[in-house]
Design a protein around this ligand. Sequence first.
Ligand SMILES: [Zn+2]
Length: 208
Amino acid sequence: MSLDADIVPASRGRSFKMKAGQFALVTNTHGNQVVDAWALADSDHFETSSLDHTRSMNSNIFFTEGMALMSSRRRPMLTMVADSAKVRHDTLLCPCNRELYQQLGCEEYHRSCTDNFHEALSGVGIEMPFTPASLNLFMNVPVTADGTVDRVPPDTAAGDYVVMRAEMDLILVLSACPQDITPINGAARTPRDVAVNILDTYPSEVSA
Ligand SMILES: [Zn+2]
């Protein structure tokens, strides 16, 4: 991507202000990285993205191109207008947290998407007393007919991207998931950075 991009460093989180009509271009620079995503309405930070409402509105348990991420007040927040890899992004699994890493055997502190969410918001003066469910961009969680879920590496290549259009003024929070114990961020179990552009117009450098 030739556009100057902001970087969400590996295992870290970052927040972005978006005005209605702006586009977020999220590029999976290395192809392997899951990106946990949340949105908070600018008008009321307690109106957050809600995966419950998203699944209900889209009548689907996955998130794919053309779908809208809904708020806890059932309003569209972000529409995924392009997805170069045309994958099924996960809506089911929780953002990782420190307890999950303890259960995986980590004896010392391990960064997590939950802590990244709060840290990113804290950096812009917002304290949230809870952690909404995350939209797990690029996260590959196949679901079988009996309801069993699997967790496998992303089905994306270096440079794959999604473009999401803000449907209201909002704060977008992204976390380059720090998971390095399971292969959810690729077989190498190595979190990598991702690139983000917030743009006023649809990025002409990428195809719809
Ligand atoms: Zn995570």
